[in-house]
Design a protein around this ligand. Structure first.
Ligand SMILES: Cc1cc2nc3c(=O)[nH]c(=O)nc-3n(C[C@H](O)[C@H](O)[C@H](O)COP(=O)(O)O)c2cc1C
Length: 166
């Protein structure tokens, strides 16, 4: 049985995700990063998280070579960064973006992110045209509750934000 790729994309687009930018320091010392919606929490003991990059993604190759990464969870105020880090035509997505190195791996923590998770690559598992990347959590932090951060969400090909009911 074959699955129509357009239907696959449309149906899976009905599953809303958060939006993250996964970053690292490339071998040439330059920051690298791309928009990832497939980020997930995996295990508390040991502390593991995961995401699924395309096997042939150049940015993933640079991140893999670095051996570590930092997950930046974008807030509703960072919608522009979602597109900036998703277009391979933008060669320098960090241009104009304020960031500082994460404490353990030195990967970019983007200013204003509502949470960040600094990780070492634990395992890379084949998953069709993607890899499943398991990261061991080394350090993590969230925005101060007083800043009342709201999450950026991706749904049916567009961006929105979280709305609490009750
Ligand atoms: C909301 C959103 C979520 C995305 N999630 C993923 C993902 O989970 N895995 C992935 O491989 N690409 C994902 N992308 C696409 C990548 O960001 C894009 O292919 C990449 O930045 C291009 O870099 P490359 O040329 O190295 O592949 C997503 C894009 C958007 C807009």
């Amino acid at each position: 049985m074959t699955i129509d790729p357009n239907l696959f994309r449309q149906v899976l687009g009905h599953f809303p995700t958060g939006v993250t930018v996964v970053t690292a320091t490339a071998a040439d010392g330059e920051p690298v990063g791309f928009t990832i919606g497939s980020f997930t929490s995996v295990s508390l003991d040991p502390p593991l998280v995961g995401f699924l990059p395309m096997v042939d993604s150049a940015r993933w190759h640079a991140i893999r070579d670095s051996g570590s990464f930092c997950v930046n969870v974008l807030g509703a105020h960072q919608a522009d960064l979602c597109w900036q880090f998703a277009k391979s035509s933008i060669e320098q997505p960090f241009e104009g973006v304020a960031w500082h190195p994460s404490p353990i791996t030195g990967s970019p923590v983007i200013d204003g992110s509502i949470a960040w998770i600094d990780c070492a690559i634990e395992q890379v598992i084949d998953a069709g045209d993607h890899h499943f990347v398991l990261g061991r959590v080394l350090e993590l932090e969230h925005a101060h509750p007083d800043t009342d951060p709201n999450a950026l969400l991706f749904f049916k090909g567009g961006l929105g934000q979280f709305q609490r009911h009750g």
